[in-house]
Design a protein around this ligand. Sequence first.
Ligand SMILES: [Zn+2]
Length: 281
Amino acid sequence: MTAPAAATNAVSPCRLCGAPARHVFNRLILERNDTAYWECTACGSLQTSPPHWLAESYAFRGVHIDVEQAARGVRNWVCLVPYLRAYGVTGERCLDFGSSSGLLARLMRDSGFDFHCYDPYETPRYADYFTVDTLEPNAFSVITAFEVFEHFADPATELARVLSLGADLIVFTTQPYAGQGPDWHYLIPCSGQHVFFYTERALAQVGERFGYRLRKTQAFLVFARTGGAFADAGLHPVEIPAAATSALISKTCWNSPSTNRDAEEVRDRFIARLREARRDG
Ligand SMILES: [Zn+2]
């Protein structure tokens, strides 16, 4: 690896808050684009130069370098179930924004939550009958977004879109930027998909503009709407005892009433689809 280029005196507007951002270092994106990274002088966030390479970045289908994806889905499930129960979430409509394979949404449905998927880049194959193609305001009380926000090329617009959907609770992960250098593992320049790295301060400020408080929990970051149904979310630690995890796993598949209910619904929808396809054919 060649040494990263040193910082220069150049500035560029921050794509989140618009303040000047100063050049901090360069990395090679997709193994060929020598790209500058910028740190905002106001919100402190780190960002690549405007990402013109995204089409190439997303042209490679599949999980490829994101080998953690399956384990992350399982870990998020194991943590999210006790978190949402502790916050008082029961039958509310929930959306997994950037749901990828749909594994998390499927497991959450198995555990009795009304989860749906949204992902403009992937077909959520594990929950394809519980997927939405468009996002209507006020359709979901809870939104989850795991490892999504750092992919936003235009975070001011794209975060505003998520925060304007009217959810009372947004549970998410993204690794906060706190001055890490060019070797920070989270940059992943070879894939070119991580293009914006928020400071906690920046996240708190954006949340506040849309009526949310940012809170950190053991496993997640949380935007809780002030005065909303889950305004206390994240205020108290939620315990995730090992026994609860094994109880969760033992209640999956045919031991889960919600899985059985889904199985009936999707069978009816599948048969209707099959008949329709035969009629058209
Ligand atoms: Zn900024």
